[in-house]
Design a protein around this ligand. Structure first.
Ligand SMILES: Cc1cc2nc3c(=O)[nH]c(=O)nc-3n(C[C@H](O)[C@H](O)[C@H](O)COP(=O)(O)OP(=O)(O)OC[C@H]3O[C@@H](n4cnc5c(N)ncnc54)[C@H](O)[C@@H]3O)c2cc1C
Length: 481
């Protein structure tokens, strides 16, 4: 059996070798790997490569396709077990990094497109599915990181693509040219796109007369015309200060960018939907739901770290054995395992599609994400309660190491004699990072908005779970009045 897995170093070099147009705070970011603000996010993607080869995690993070070992981030789900495994490895990576498996939007994109291209080919006589399979084969063979780019900037939220003041507010095909299409527009909040080799561009829902916006395709990350405006995150400049204690979680993180397409040419062999607007609603339903069930793994893994840090903070404060603390920690565990149970249930209730791939139960995937829009906030509140005020009022690493101030900081930041003042501070900083700093982008805000704002799940649930059978059940049991 031949392994087709890159090492983390090979992955990082492959991104270094790309000439990307990325701007951070108005200046060109020369290396998206080595810039101090971007490095933790690059290293987080690299961790998914590392984990696929490390003896203790390889079985979870790689699988056999044909005769080859490939990264689980690039597979089409072929069984219920693949779905269950996905929730489990997402949790593992979330726990290992405090962030998550940043190649996941691409995984959801290939699986959503597998279903839709197959259906479109059968109903419309198009030839998208073989193209998609060829693309999947290539990303498996070359072990490429792929982003999933669906969210259009969308301008006025009350308007559809065709009625926006500026038609570019939803990414669109502006013209056909030399055996391909030319794209203009922008995708917002693009997770790790600067650290990917390929972008899988997906449309949002379009009406029948909005075919120009119904475009799904693969774009290499160094395609001419693509520009990234790198997002700021809370406390991101602490990364550049090179004081790991102040950063809270120095080794890992995430990043987003506003990805602008300024007349980007895409050849036909990379196009997976072009003008078939009637398939866009189902594509959004699938892509969104796939991403929603995975949060029952990845956000749970981050919460594992938050709960662990809160427990250690209680030790550092000398109160870990108090029943009030134990009760709060138990409540955090209950909330977290409820999210995990929902993600697993969505996987267990998965079904096979006509394309031969497997998908999670759509209703349960959306229930998972609705819980995820709330429970991490409650877990963060309980962690802050346990940690106390110092979590957000600490002196800095420079103060701790200062010849005159250091002894004062150590004296007055001391808690339990079993934990050093420096370790107590590092714990508070880790919790600060995860719940108020750059990590809160993922533990809280992405939990709320990633894969759609809460209302998107409720709309879907209303469609997926009609109440008529429940009314019938009640009618059957009620006394006649
Ligand atoms: C950290 C992070 C990472 C992300 N990563 C990715 C990624 O990798 N790829 C990707 O494609 N996307 C990504 N997203 C985007 C995510 O899917 C969107 O944030 C989400 O769909 C919500 O869209 P929005 O941010 O434009 O908010 P909006 O849609 O503007 O929502 C704001 C509020 O307005 C309400 N609202 C919106 N429209 C209407 C309407 N017509 N009527 C009534 N109420 C309305 C919503 O319900 C919500 O309450 C990411 C987001 C975050 C925060």
């Amino acid at each position: 059996m031949r392994a087709m897995l890159r090492t983390a170093e090979n992955y990082l070099d492959s991104i270094r070798a790309r000439s990307l147009r990325v701007f951070y705070r108005g200046e060109r970011m020369e290396s998206v790997v080595d810039h101090p603000v971007a490095w933790p996010a690059a290293n987080c993607v690299a961790e998914v490569y590392r984990a696929a080869l490390a003896p203790e995690t390889a079985a979870m993070m790689s699988t056999t396709v044909g005769h080859e070992r490939v990264n689980v981030s690039n597979i089409l789900w072929r069984s219920r077990e693949d779905l269950i495994a996905r929730v489990k490895w997402e949790r593992m990576i979330g726990r290992m990094t405090g962030r998550g498996a940043l190649r996941s939007p691409g995984l959801d994109a290939i699986n959503a497109l597998a279903v839709i291209t197959d259906r479109c080919d059968r109903e419309r006589g198009t030839a998208y599915h073989p193209r998609l399979l060829a693309f999947v084969d290539r990303i498996q063979r070359d072990d490429l990181a792929v982003s999933g780019a669906m969210t259009d900037v969308r301008g006025d939220r009350s308007k559809r693509p065709a009625t926006q003041a500026d038609p570019d507010l939803f990414l669109r095909v502006v013209r056909r040219e030399n055996g391909g299409v030319v794209l203009r527009g922008a995708k917002a909040h693009q997770t790790s796109a600067v650290h990917c080799h390929e972008h899988l561009v997906l449309p949002m829902t379009c009406a029948a007369d909005e075919g120009a916006w119904a475009i799904a395709c693969a774009v290499p990350s160094d395609a001419p015309g693509v520009t990234h405006i790198y997002a700021r995150q809370p406390s991101d400049s602490r990364r550049a200060e090179r004081s790991p204690l102040d950063a809270g979680l120095p080794d890992f993180g995430g990043c987003e960018s506003l990805m602008v397409f300024d007349d980007v040419f895409v050849p036909d062999e990379r196009v997976f939907l072009c003008g078939e607007a009637e398939y866009t609603q189902e594509l959004v339903r699938l892509f969104g739901s796939f991403h929603r069930f995975c949060y029952g793994g990845c956000k749970v893994g981050i919460a594992d770290v938050v709960i662990g840090a809160a427990s250690l903070a209680a030790r550092a404060n000398g109160v870990r054995d108090r029943s009030a603390v134990e009760s709060k920690l138990t409540e955090m565990v209950q909330l977290n395992e409820t999210m995990y149970a929902c993600g697993l249930a969505a996987a267990l209730e998965g079904t096979e599609t006509e394309a031969g791939t497997w998908i999670p139960d759509i209703a349960l995937a959306n229930v998972t994400k609705l819980n995820v829009t709330r429970f991490p906030f409650e877990i963060a509140r309980l962690a802050a309660d346990i940690a106390g005020g110092a979590m957000l009022t600490l002196p800095s690493q420079a103060d701790l190491e200062h010849p005159e101030l250091g002894p004062l900081v150590k004296k007055y930041m001391a808690g339990s004699p079993e934990v050093s003042a420096g370790d107590r501070m590092a714990l508070f900083r880790l919790l600060e990072f995860l719940t108020h700093g750059a990590g809160a982008v993922y533990f809280l805000h992405e939990s709320l908005h990633g894969a759609g704002a809460p209302e998107a799940m409720k709309i879907l649930l209303r469609r997926e779970v009609p109440l008529a059978p429940f009314e019938d059940a009640a009618r059957r049991l009620m006394a006649s009045g």
